[in-house]
Design a protein around this ligand. Structure first.
Ligand code: ATP
Ligand code: MG
Length: 402
């Protein structure tokens, strides 16, 4: 089918009152970003809908990209038709001849914003229903949950027909909730946490701690590859590599094993918070899931969280591992995440980390370290790089759209 435009429904935006305008503008900007490789597209964002005029671009390439943009509830590829009954009838029949296999039920849904049009919505439904019956005599009309819902819209400029409603990514446009720093390891949980934060409108930057030569180039590359899997939702993500070797060596040298984990996590959090401040982020996001490992008991969270008052968002904190894995599979990070590369935390993992670290003891131990100095040296060595989507992702996932 040769579509002329894609009509986009905003979903949750409609409830946002006076913020509505900025939400719509952000969404339009994100849609433009996601579809940047299609130069002929024209995007018009109204109060209620967005219209993406295809201008000859191939809808089968555009639709899968659009499916990843948060803030879209559903969208419908549409065909522009002359605002005349005969033309509408002809196109309706052409569509039905193409899609009706002899089994489906149908319904016509008409909407008229041009009130000068010769038939009202009801009359138009009747007229086009008859037109369908002419070419598919056995077809059954069904008002509730029809297999084919043929929508016709009479607008000022023209008439539009559509018969597919494709589910969008939902959520809020990325950027409308401000920026957060995602602590991204090479594991299963943190990319899922990043995805979920973006879904609620948070723009993310990935902060990754690397401890070469204890952690390899491949482990670093894996974190970048995971970040890349998150880019189709936004277009590009800043990846910040934090040199963590000295700090880990120091902790290992000067503290008892049982406290390595807590002290390491506190340093990670302090550093992420310092990076957040420099880069004007509002919150920190991590992939902690309650009870999963020693660092993720409530007692550990209390002892680790004590270094900052910055809100920490933990999108997967109450999820079971199987639920997190399900999402990781959906966003295609799972296979990558289970590749066995060493992480800075596993390499320095003590055999028996404390699951109930004592905060007083932690503070006492930290007096042995030049925390400010270690942090300053570490922050001086940050490497920032923008990660963008790979072209090979262009046509994936389209098969499951309809
Ligand atoms: P993940 O699957 O995300 O690695 P995990 O279950 O393995 O999580 P931990 O290794 O204890 O759990 O890490 C908990 C959280 O701490 C991670 O989800 C991530 O947000 C952060 N984190 C751990 N290691 C790193 C790292 N090397 N760089 C950045 N953040 C990290
Ligand atoms: Mg991990």
């Amino acid at each position: 089918m040769q579509y002329t435009e894609i009509m986009v429904r905003y979903g949750e935006l409609s409830t946002k009152g006076k913020n509505r305008r900025s939400f719509i503008m952000q969404l339009a900007q994100n849609v433009r970003g996601a579809l940047v490789e299609f130069p002929n597209l024209k995007i018009h964002a109204d109060r209620d809908r967005m219209h993406i005029l295809l201008n000859g671009e191939d809808s089968s390439l555009v639709l899968p990209k659009l499916k990843k943009v948060f803030g879209i509830q559903t969208f419908s590829p549409s065909i522009q038709v002359e605002k005349k009954l005969e033309a509408l009838k002809q196109m309706t029949q052409q569509i039905m001849e193409e899609i009706y296999t002899g089994k489906e039920t149908f319904k016509i849904t008409a909407k008229r914003s041009d009130h000068d049009f010769e038939l009202d919505s009801h009359g138009l439904q009747q007229y086009l229903g008859d037109a369908v019956m002419d070419v598919c005599p056995e077809i059954q009309a069904q008002m509730k949950h029809p297999d084919i819902n043929l929508r016709v819209e009479i607008r000022r400029d023209s008439a539009y027909l559509s018969y597919e409603t494709i589910k969008g990514a939902g959520g809020l446009p990325v950027g409308t909730s401000g920026k957060g720093m995602l602590m991204l390891s090479g594991g299963i949980d943190s990319p899922v946490a990043g995805y979920l934060a973006m879904k609620r409108g948070v723009e993310i930057e990935a902060v990754h701690f690397a401890s070469p030569p204890y952690t390899s180039e491949q482990a670093l590359q894996k974190a970048k590859d995971l970040t890349e899997k998150l880019t189709p939702y936004v277009g590009g993500i800043q990846f910040i590599e934090v040199p963590f070797t000295e700090i880990q060596e120091e902790i290992k040298k000067h503290s008892p094993q049982g406290y390595w984990m807590t002290l390491t996590r506190r340093m990670m959090l302090r550093l992420t918070d310092a990076i957040r401040e420099r880069r004007h982020g509002l919150v920190i996001i991590n992939g902690e899931s309650l009870g999963q490992v020693a660092s993720q008991t409530l007692h550990s969270m209390v002892a680790i969280n004590e270094v900052t008052t910055t809100p920490i968002i933990r999108p997967v904190v109450t999820m079971d591992k199987t639920e997190i894995i399900e999402l990781a599979e959906k966003i295609d990070t799972f296979e990558l995440a289970i590749q066995p590369f060493e992480d800075c935390c596993t390499i320095f993992a003590p055999p028996q980390p404390k699951t109930r670290p004592n905060l007083e003891k932690v503070l006492e131990l930290e007096e042995r370290f030049d925390i400010e100095g270690m942090m300053a040296r570490c922050l001086a060595g940050l490497k920032v790089e923008e990660i963008t989507p790979q072209q090979s992702e262009k046509t994936e996932e389209f098969a499951d759209l309809l």
